[in-house]
Ligand binder design. Structure first.
Ligand SMILES: [Zn+2]
Length: 589
């Protein structure tokens, strides 16, 4: 009887929303999975990360079980136990309800907080438990979460929160609403101290919690299919008088719409969190003993007279790293354009794989979408974290289409902007890989402010106090490329091109004849060799021929040495000098 009863029960939050999807699993019982209806052993489910062994359905995980699943053995120390509710509205029956829930769940309140290590890295951790009033946020929940951030700020710890919630706790009235402000303000202080916060959104994350601490992470993770939204689905359906589409407000929907960085399966969460923590262990960089502390801010080219040492002008080391560039006379500019556009050409993904370790891709612009024409994330370069942003055309027609042939939309620029700002916060150098025919020309792009999106990137890159390197790996088309190339140095692969717009567009505008693209290419000075001669770029990277993914190794080896050298030099440059140098680089053009 009891089993049946518990299965049929839907957990209701205080507004009467139904979340019957993922019930908790009681001890020592045979249960029925609410998704596939198969009978499952509770113990088996527990051993299997609370996942149905038949259909993969995720059950709710009790807080202490969740902690056990994620942290290093015996590393968890709980903070702020036994805090008492105030019952500010003198709401009838509230205290009794709390008491009975405490007895039933063995929990003090809806969130458990403390400190632990995950694969050796210390972190503050909070875990919500939906058995306790649907993990709604009353004063105690808000207070415990606020204290996690305050203490983590003091102890310079990152914060990981496993979140689920029905929203604000109605029984506490406006006091409950204020917890949204209180927690957000504590997060702000933690963030201003340069510290990492990673929320993991689980089923369901709704209401006031979604409108506060759930969405304020540096990196937002979610469990597959978790319901995440501000207004509950039933409220929306009642308001608009329509049935919601399948998958609406699920984690996958949020990923597609730019609000979640990554959906992580339960089995992977411990290791993904450990990787994220490792990628953010980097402390404030050491600007001491820079050999260019009084460097002359001088942009150089091989043709420019340069007698004093500027950043990026260390001839001795250059000679060992960079081969003497002999422009290949074998190709016409138009042939270079063809090589830059060749379908066989390695794309951003290939270079990311060749140059970096443990790349972790992050998604979303936090506004409305996730542009597949931009791949962004964090990786290690020779053991040091870097932010990588790549314009990606994709491989093969199918992927070309999915990635819009590398033509970036405002969502792509917003995503890169967000990741640039993240790089600044965590003192990570930014490495941009440029490969776009140009920014996407389309109705939606204009509606969302394509021009503004590009301009914001130029503006933001101009102000980053971390080293920025841009490498044109294929087509550098117009403002769409420049939005990734306001950098301390810009390099080009031998057969890449960089231009004001496509030769076809150039011919069409100036000569009213797009068929004269070949002639246009000849006058546009768009090849790496031309731009190097003109002093517009710092280095040209030789490419093996024929240009193909299989032949990436030579160029990748040059790039690897070059990047090591670049980071060595610019990583030690004081922020003001770096900014001044970047300013001067473009000021002279
Ligand atoms: Zn199942």
């Amino acid at each position: 009887m009891r089993i049946k009863h518990m299965f049929k029960k839907t957990v209701r939050d205080i507004r009467g929303e139904e979340y019957g999807n993922t019930p908790e699993v009681p001890d020592n019982l045979m249960r029925k999975c609410n998704a596939c209806k198969a009978a499952v052993f509770a113990d088996e489910v527990k051993q299997n990360h609370y996942i149905c062994p038949h259909c993969g359905n995720y059950f709710h995980v009790p807080a202490y079980r969740r902690i056990k699943m994620v942290v290093d053995r015996k590393s968890f120390t709980e903070w702020d136990v036994h805090m008492e509710e105030q019952n500010p509205l003198q709401y009838k029956g509230y205290e009794e309800k709390i008491r009975s829930l405490r007895e039933k769940t063995g929990l003090d309140e809806a969130v458990v907080t403390g400190k632990c290590t995950i694969k050796g890295t210390p972190t503050a951790l909070g875990v919500c438990d939906c058995r306790f009033m649907m993990s709604s946020m009353g004063e105690v929940v808000g207070e415990k979460i606020t204290r996690v951030f305050e203490r983590a700020t003091k102890e310079r710890l990152p914060v990981i929160l496993y979140i689920c919630s029905g929203g604000a706790r109605m029984q506490e009235g406006l006091v409950s609403l204020m917890q949204m402000a209180k927690t957000s303000m504590a997060i702000r202080k933690h963030s201003d101290a340069g510290l990492l916060y990673v929320p993991v959104l689980t089923d369901p994350t709704t209401g006031g919690v979604t409108a506060s601490f759930a969405m304020l992470g540096d990196i937002i993770l979610a469990e597959p299919k978790a319901l995440i939204g501000f207004a509950g689905p039933r409220v929306i359906e009642q308001t608009i008088g329509q049935k919601l589409p399948k998958g609406f407000q699920r984690a996958e929907f949020l990923l597609e719409h730019g609000f979640v960085d990554k959906i992580v399966e339960r089995e992977e969460q411990r290791s993904v969190l450990a990787d994220i923590l490792k990628l953010h262990e980097n402390k404030i960089p050491d600007y001491g003993q820079s050999d260019n502390s009084d460097m002359e801010m001088k942009y150089k080219s091989d043709n420019a007279e340069s007698t004093e040492t500027a950043v990026g002008d260390k001839r001795e080391s250059e000679n060992t790293i960079w081969p003497e560039f002999i422009p290949s006379g074998n190709y016409t500019p138009w042939e270079h354009v063809q090589l830059a556009r060749a379908k066989t050409r390695p794309t951003g993904k290939d270079y990311i794989e060749a140059l970096f370790d443990d790349f972790m891709e992050f998604h979303g612009d936090r506004h409305c979408g996730d542009d597949p024409a931009v791949i962004g994330g964090v990786a290690f370069f020779h053991g040091k974290p870097v932010t990588v942003l790549a314009q990606e055309k994709g491989e093969g027609t199918r992927e070309n289409i999915a990635r819009n042939f590398g033509m970036v939309s405002p969502e792509g620029y917003w995503k890169s902007l967000r990741l640039m700002q993240q790089a600044e916060k965590f003192h990570r150098p930014v490495i941009c890989l440029v490969d776009t025919p140009g920014a996407f020309c389309g109705l939606e792009a204009e509606e969302r402010g394509q021009g503004e999106a590009i301009a914001k990137n130029l503006y933001t890159l101009a102000g980053l106090t971390v080293p920025v390197l841009s490498i044109v790996i294929g087509e550098g088309g117009s403002g769409g490329a420049l939005a990734f190339a306001v950098a301390d140095e810009v390099w080009m692969l031998e057969h890449s091109v960089y231009s004001i717009l496509s030769p076809e567009g150039f011919a069409s505008i100036l000569w009213k004849d797009s068929k004269k693209a070949k002639e246009a290419a000849a006058v546009m000075k768009l090849t790496a060799a031309d731009l190097y001669q003109m002093g517009m770029i710092e280095h040209v990277i030789p490419e093996a021929e024929p240009v193909s993914r299989e032949n990436i190794n030579d160029a990748a080896a040059y790039l690897e040495n070059g990047i090591e050298d670049f980071l060595g030099k610019y990583g030690k440059t004081e922020p003001e000098k770096l900014l001044e140098h970047r300013y001067e680089r473009f000021r002279k053009m």
